[in-house]
Design a protein. Structure first.
Length: 75
């Protein structure tokens, strides 16, 4: 289920709401929330606001690159 949700987010061109993720994964919203939060904690996805709703998308590589560059500059 966890990997399935990760694939759903990665394959989506637009941010998806929790309800949309749950529907695509064919699971309940509670299970979707648990897995989405786990993916967010691991830094694989991020939450964004879309039409007043919390939606989920793959974390941009630009963010990761910027963080690494800051670490190198500090070091």
């Amino acid at each position: 289920m966890y990997q399935n949700i990760e694939e759903i987010i990665e394959n989506s061109e637009e941010p998806l709401s929790t309800k949309e993720v749950a529907a695509k994964a064919e699971i309940g919203i509670t299970d979707a929330v648990k897995n989405l939060l786990r993916l967010k904690e691991e830094g694989k996805i991020e939450s964004v606001e879309k039409d007043g709703k919390v939606c989920w998308q793959k974390k941009g590589e630009d963010d990761e690159t910027a963080k690494l560059e800051k670490r190198v500059q500090r070091g």
